[in-house]
Design a protein around this ligand. Structure first.
Ligand code: IPE
Ligand code: MG
Length: 218
């Protein structure tokens, strides 16, 4: 979800206003994902690199996340949305970590769509943290499948479609392991201007791809 700051700048607003609008876009996209029966959608909400921003902006993002989680419990219930988080949750301020645990618990029985918030998340960090969990005696027998079991969310399937908004064309440390064969979709629309129709457009594009996973076309 990229482009909140530029969206605000274009309107002469403070960057935080862009994040606020970005939250509305996220809700619209998640609603559409649930409506069309997407099983998993992961939102890259705060990266391990985002701490480099000013403390004002970081603080604003943290409080936005905190307030949002509790405020949207009804939305999650109405749409059958289970919320999970990935990332280094222990490295977040305690009040946010508590709110995250509360939201995960409150939505754990919802089965329609799983929304994963990547918070204090970096793909490299996730892989390093996974490696540290591996018992010494299991290292030599590791497989791709068994290694996946040490990641933040072992049950998370491989990524089918990775979307980056706002014009940049890079992965920026998102789901590195899980995106091994992801189809990539980029567009120039700044995240606050995204809505459900944009998601449909991205999925329509995805449906034209020929996924061979390194094999040859049948
Ligand atoms: C992405 O928008 C949002 C988050 C990190 C939460 P940016 O804040 O990166 O917006 P730009 O790239 O400065 O426009
Ligand atoms: Mg950005």
């Amino acid at each position: 979800m990229d482009g909140n700051g530029r969206w605000a700048k274009q309107r002469g607003l403070h960057r935080t206003q862009g994040h606020k609008e970005g939250l509305n876009a996220a809700k619209a996209v998640v609603k559409k994902a649930a409506d069309i029966g997407i099983e998993y959608i992961t939102l890259y909400t705060f990266s391990t690199e985002n701490w480099k921003r000013t403390s004002d902006e970081v603080g604003f993002l943290m409080s936005l996340i905190k307030v949002h989680l509790r405020a949207e419990l009804v939305f999650y219930a109405e749409n059958g949305i289970r919320v999970l988080c990935m990332g280094n949750i222990d490295g977040l301020p305690e009040d946010i970590a508590t709110e995250i645990r509360y939201t995960m618990k409150a939505t754990e029985s919802f089965e329609h769509t799983t929304v994963i918030l990547a918070l204090n998340y970096g793909g490299q960090d996730e892989i390093i943290r996974a490696i540290k969990k591996i018992p010494q005696e299991s290292v030599q027998t590791l497989t791709i499948e068994s290694f996946s079991g040490y990641l933040d969310l072992p049950a998370l399937p491989q990524v089918d479609l990775l979307i980056r908004t706002g014009g940049e064309k890079r992965i920026s440390n998102f789901l590195l392991w899980q995106s091994a064969y992801a189809e990539l979709f980029f567009n120039d629309i700044l995240w606050p201007d995204w809505n459900g129709d944009c998601l449909i457009e991205a999925i329509a594009d995805y449906q034209t791809r020929d996924r061979r996973f390194g094999g040859i076309q049948k």
